[in-house]
Design a protein around this ligand. Sequence first.
Ligand code: TXD
Length: 325
Amino acid sequence: MTKFVCKTKNFPKVSIIGTGNVGKTLAQRIVERNLADVCLLDIVEGLPQGIALDLMEARGLELHTRNVVGTNNYEDTANSDVVVITAGIARKPGMSREDLLKINAKIVTEATQKCVNFSPNALYLIITNPLDVMTYLVWKTTNLATSKVVGMAGVLDSTRLQAFIAMELGVSFNDVQGMVLGGHGDLMLPLPRYCTVSGIPITELMDKETINRLIQRTRDGGAEIVKLLKTGSAFYAPASSAYYMIESVLLNQSRLLPAAVYLQGEYGLTDIFLGVPCRLGYCGVEAVLEINLTDEETQALHDSARSVRDNINLALTELNIFKRG
Ligand code: TXD
């Protein structure tokens, strides 16, 4: 065969740190939708290589053109457009998100620092729990701009609420919009006033009792799945939520979505990452939106922020993490 040297178009590159359930499902979604090449990294030798090879062997049948590589070496993540941090341990039954704090803080900050050496301009999408705390620690322990660090939780919590609303009303999932703000924990803040079915607020379609039941189910959404699975936690909807955000970045869609972003006075909160609506495009977080909240909602958001801040302080002191000036 005659071989020709040909310069191919550079496709975007996404590196995923942690090749567990969320990482490998996200990789599959990204390549099978032809969005980007993927580099999978894990601490376990052979795991990312095996998953990458498996996905490449499916390529001829799935008819996509993206490459997947698996590695244990951070050099291979170089020049990524997006770096996704899913490394850590997953929540087990009976374990609160806060229990994960100490172990995951070390894993996440060390992994991110290594990635930043090779991809200083990437957008860093944090997934590891406890989400809002991990996102803050990533920013605090690197020189990344606030626009380049974002945490995934609001899209997941909102899509769960959307699913529960659609199932309750028997309407198409596609017609439902949900909006969940606050930390990714028991104090998250689902906002029924901003949840709609084809533009109609759900407060017009359901009584208060039903709405409260769906809100509680959303708050318990992660735990409900942990309880059913017995080992591990949810990963299909989390991977879809991360994909949704990455697509908005790489295709420069500037979607308006809830995510953990750095607040500098918005909602009366400073120096914290918390779930609020933002605009996400190629440059990262392009804008943080301040929507109208009632006094009660503002109070609930501040309660959620307080719990996140307590855990941030715990991580900073217990792990003796260097405070960025
Ligand atoms: O809404 C959200 N943000 C979340 C968060 C939704 C779902 C899952 N959420 C959290 O993401 C979950 O609580 C975990 O903290 C992470 C990853 O969840 P996943 O379900 O993928 O966990 P797994 O299957 O246990 O995978 C974790 C992988 C596993 O392969 C480990 O070997 C790897 O992380 N790991 C590491 N990789 C690289 N470097 C280090 N140090 C390391 N430590 C563990």
